[in-house]
Write a protein that binds this ligand. Structure first.
Ligand code: F6R
Length: 608
């Protein structure tokens, strides 16, 4: 969601900025723009649609400039259009790019109009340019003006600013929206995402909330919210580890699906011993603190929320403690009652999801025992803000639809359940079984990949329908929800998941001869009940696609039974996710959608 890049360099920055935007395309956007602070003038180029369009315009202009800012916009305030695309300017002097949402934009708009400012776009972001311009008239100092302007902003922002008079300089500010500084040789950068510049530098400073930065090609100066110069920790981000090519695959999503055996291996490596989880895998002191955990509160969004829902049974079963699960966007608005010794756990691929971060900040003020994050991006805000953490080590996930993030989150959640159980000396045999199942997961996922041809025999029927139902029971209801989410977000087929037992309470009315019904039928204690529910579908002439194994075979007249590899109790939910990802991917390919960047969606949802 919105990507910012700014550069000050001894070489011309046009290409660097465009390349940076391209590397952030995966975050989701609908328009793009760039401002180049050329010797003689400011050049602003903006276009609706892909960055490649902007690149074409830029190539024809052949601009030479040693500083500039650029942006990919994901529309929030105002439709996707050239006028609403960033950078926004004020009096052809101050230009800004912004990621986030300014909540008090109506109030600021009125006050700026009263001061005589003409506002050209429908965005909240343009107002920032005018505010900086207004305060600069007072102080003649762009940094001071930016600092003053931000005191008027309520909400989240990361901002980069250039001023026409100040060639070779970029200003930046951060509040509740990701922004980092990249350190190069005779050049420095700001960006929302290290991926934008990781091909140029491995050295970064993460800005903290309230920070400002001034970058030139020689220097980076960071100020805190009091305006005092501060040092921020220098981080090294390995360029090779964040490689972002599709390799032999057609799409990033496809690559990410087939990477999962290695990713799961990376999640469990160094965390599991012979027959149990190792101590303190969530950080020093975590095992000791986990002795006191009496319940767990999970918050997350989307796919990450499905991971929490799936894992609940592990916490009940292995740790014998209750679990509460909330949508991050809802949690803090319902005055949650926090009981003593509750562990607060956030789950997030990006570690920057605004709703999850806001929930985490809310939780910090409550009497939780501590905050754990399960996260894929070690440099993320969430990781920094938590008491304990575990990185899922899945590598960069570029496809907007989460795949490897989900299965590695499940592995990490099982590791969390094992850690709490070990700290409390409970259910050692179950822990041993779970550790063994985790180790066998990569091989079982490889087995599941072999089902691709069989899955492709059902994709035509699914892709020619505009609706689909997904059914499961217990943990597999959450896996069915994840399967339905995958299908809907990349193929635009309306897909809903239900616990199979709920079918007769309403959704059965949808079952006719056309709607495909996908069911997960692993051999568990609920399989008999599930099979009876599937009979209800058969009796209405429904088309059933069942993923199961020997103990769950069902005679299917219309549809298909797909035989899954025999899994352990603790790895089956991870393995049953795989065919649903492949199904969604193959169906989306048939429908010809832009499946790495599905319409209207963003990878990193940094606004509330
Ligand atoms: C779906 C998907 C989203 C994310 C959600 C949370 O495929 O990717 O539902 O899971 O936006 O994102 P993170 O995990 O980064 O907090």
């Amino acid at each position: 969601m919105c990507g910012i890049i700014g550069a000050a360099s001894s070489r011309s920055v046009g290409k660097i900025l465009i390349k940076g935007l391209q590397l952030m395309e995966y975050r989701g956007y609908d328009s793009a723009g760039v401002v180049l602070n050329k010797d003689e003038e400011i050049l602003r180029l903006r276009s609706l649609g892909k960055v490649s369009k902007l690149e074409e315009i830029m190539i024809s202009e052949k601009p030479k400039a040693f500083s500039g800012i650029a942006h990919t916009r994901w529309a929030t305030h105002g439709a996707p259009s050239e006028e609403n695309a960033h950078p926004h300017g004020s009096h052809d002097d101050i230009y800004i790019v912004h990621n986030g949402i300014i909540e008090n934009h109506e109030e600021i708009r009125c006050s700026l109009r009263n001061k005589g400012y003409e506002i050209a776009s429908e965005t909240d972001s343009e107002l920032i340019a005018h505010l900086v311009h207004f305060y600069k008239k007072e102080s003649q100092d762009t940094l001071q003006a930016l600092m003053k302007a931000t005191t008027e902003l309520n909400g989240a922002y990361s901002i980069a600013v250039v001023c026409k008079e100040e060639k070779g300089k970029v200003y930046a500010a951060r509040q509740k929206s990701p922004l980092l500084v990249g350190l190069g040789i005779e050049e420095n950068f700001v960006a929302s995402d290290p991926l934008a510049i990781v091909n140029i530098t491995e050295k970064f400073h993460m800005l903290e909330d309230g920070d400002f930065a001034v970058i030139t090609k020689e220097d980076v100066v960071i100020y805190d919210q009091e305006g005092i110069i501060v040092e921020r920790e220098e981080l090294k981000i390995d360029g090779a580890a964040t490689a972002t090519t599709k390799g032999e695959y057609k799409h990033f999503m496809e690559k990410e699906i087939y990477e999962q055996p290695d990713c799961i291996g990376n999640t469990i490596n160094g965390r599991l011993g012979e027959s149990d989880v190792l101590d303190n895998v969530f950080g020093l002191g975590s095992s000791n603190s986990f002795k006191d955990v009496k319940r767990v509160q999970f918050v997350a969004c989307g796919t990450s929320l499905h991971a929490a829902k799936t894992a609940r049974k592990w916490f009940e079963d292995i740790c014998e403690i209750p679990c509460y699960i909330d949508f991050a966007s809802e949690y803090r608005y319902r005055n949650p009652i926090v009981e003593d010794n509750t562990l607060f756990v956030t789950i997030s691929q990006s570690g920057e999801t605004a709703d999850t971060l806001a929930a985490l900040n809310y939780a910090k003020e409550e009497k939780y025992l501590g905050i754990v994050s399960i996260c894929n991006v070690p440099t993320s805000t969430m990781a920094r803000e938590s008491d304990w953490k575990i990185f899922t080590n899945a590598g960069p996930e570029i496809g907007v639809a989460s795949t490897k993030a989900f299965t590695t989150q499940l592995a990490a959640l099982l590791i969390l359940a094992l850690s709490i159980s070990k700290s409390q000396d409970k259910n050692q045999e179950k822990r041993k079984q779970a550790a063994q199942d985790l180790r066998e997961t990569p091989a079982l996922i490889r087995e599941a990949f072999k089902l691709k041809d069989e899955i492709n025999t059902i994709t035509n029927n699914i892709s020619s329908n505009d609706n689909a139902l997904f059914l499961g029971r217990g943990m597999y209801f959450s896996i069915a929800q994840e399967g339905a989410l995958k299908l809907k977000e990349i193929s635009y087929i309306h897909a809903e998941a239900y616990p199979a037992g709920e079918l007769k309470h309403g959704p059965l009315a949808l079952v006719d001869e056309t709607i495909p019904v996908v069911a997960l039928a692993p051999e568990d204690s609920l399989v008999e009940k599930l099979l009876s529910n599937l009979e209800e579908v058969k009796a209405r002439g429904g088309t059933l696609y069942v993923f199961g194994n020997a103990g769950s075979t069902i005679e299917i007249k219309k549809g298909k039974f797909i035989n899954m590899p025999k899994c352990g109790d603790y790895n089956a939910p991870i393995v049953y996710t795989i065919p649903l990802q492949i199904l969604a991917y193959e169906v989306a390919c048939l429908r010809g959608t832009d499946l790495d960047q599905p319409r209207n969606l963003a990878k990193s949802v940094t606004v509330e």
